[in-house]
Design a protein around this ligand. Structure first.
Ligand SMILES: Cc1cc2nc3c(=O)[nH]c(=O)nc-3n(C[C@H](O)[C@H](O)[C@H](O)COP(=O)(O)O)c2cc1C
Length: 145
């Protein structure tokens, strides 16, 4: 199963770590949206889309990439996020569904969050994603196979 993971990870590298762990399990390359053209996705059976959550949404660069995809996508997809609070996965999942993907599953995990007000208290979830979170990410990826 040829798999690609498209990931935006700008704050602490939290999502990139999760993406790399999933990529190891799936034998997938992890790329940023700007490293892949929408047409390239046709080569893949499965495409993962992940980022941190910013102002209650996936990162604008990931959303823009997903929006730019032509309709009629044939493959399967999964969606993942790292965030300070439980992530709302529905809008990205529905967007990819509208593009034609069969969205198999979603994965989200709490992660170190230093968004402005939280910075005052040193952030929340320091040290996460931790070993347990990474094991959960790997198990999720294995379940997609
Ligand atoms: C400016 C900013 C805004 C954020 N907004 C949210 C938010 O609305 N909800 C949430 O759960 N986490 C929020 N976070 C926390 C990030 O989603 C979290 O730290 C995430 O793991 C970052 O992923 P990254 O390190 O891969 O970029 C925010 C963080 C920053 C810096």
């Amino acid at each position: 199963m040829k798999t690609l993971i498209v990931c935006v990870s700008v704050s602490h590298g939290n999502t990139r770590r999760v993406a790399e762990a999933m990529g190891e399990v799936l034998g997938a390359r992890v790329v940023e949206p700007e490293e892949v053209s929408p047409a390239d996705l046709a080569e893949y059976d499965l495409v993962g889309f992940g980022s941190g959550i910013f102002s209650m949404a996936f990162h604008p660069r990931l959303r823009e990439f997903a929006r730019s995809l032509p309709e009629g996508q044939q493959g399967r997809a999964f969606v993942f996020a790292t965030s300070g609070f439980p992530a709302v996965m529905g809008p990205m999942t529905r967007l990819l569904g509208r593009k034609g993907f069969e969205v198999m599953d979603t994965f989200s995990v709490r992660a170190f969050d230093t968004f402005a007000p939280l910075k005052l208290v040193g952030g929340i979830h320091k040290g996460r994603p931790d070993a347990t979170d990474m094991a959960a990410a790997r198990a999720f990826a294995a379940g997609l196979g």
